[in-house]
Design a protein around this ligand. Structure first.
Ligand code: HEC
Length: 133
């Protein structure tokens, strides 16, 4: 092989590498945006930028408001207003009850534990300052 053709094959190889890498990235991004990651069965779970209104409230609404919202306050706990929830988020109670940590009552009471994805979303929101966003 002469020098020119060596250089050419190197360039070709590099081009193939770069092309296949960028294809991988496109696929990753598409998966991250997959809304099915929010459920129980999805293989991906998007925990980036979880907001109170669109990320946290729907989870609590579906799993907790029946006892802690819409006029119900079992255990004197309401979770359907931001300030009450923020207190529980900041003192560790919220994460304690949903992760079934020792020393906390297990929530949802008498129900199935939240999916890992939903727990991670709430954890992520708390770690970002439990903002009213
Ligand atoms: C079937 C009714 C019911 C559901 C559903 C339920 N809870 Fe509760 N929750 C209770 C009761 C009753 C208590 C009072 C403590 C006890 O009896 O275990 C309580 C207590 C709590 C407390 C206070 C714990 C403490 O140590 O101060 C928190 C926080 C809480 N629940 C969060 C949640 C969250 C978050 C969900 C949803 C993921 C949820 N609960 C779902 C009935 C429920």
């Amino acid at each position: 092989m002469n020098r020119k053709s060596t250089l050419f094959s190197l360039l070709t190889f590099a081009t193939i590498l770069i092309t296949s890498c960028s294809k991988d990235n496109e696929q990753d991004e598409a998966q991250n945006q997959n809304p099915s990651g929010g459920g129980n069965g999805g293989s991906t779970c998007d925990t980036v930028n979880i907001k109170y209104a669109t990320g946290v409230v729907p989870i609590l609404q579906a799993n907790c408001y029946v006892c802690h919202g819409n006029g119900s306050a079992e255990g004197s706990v309401t979770l359907d207003n931001y300030n009450a929830l923020k207190t529980k988020a900041n003192n560790g109670t919220l994460l304690g009850v949903i992760t079934h940590a020792a020393g906390y009552p297990q929530m949802p009471k008498n129900g199935a534990k939240l999916s890992d994805c939903n727990i991670n979303k709430i954890r992520s929101w708390i770690n970002n300052g439990a903002q009213n966003n």
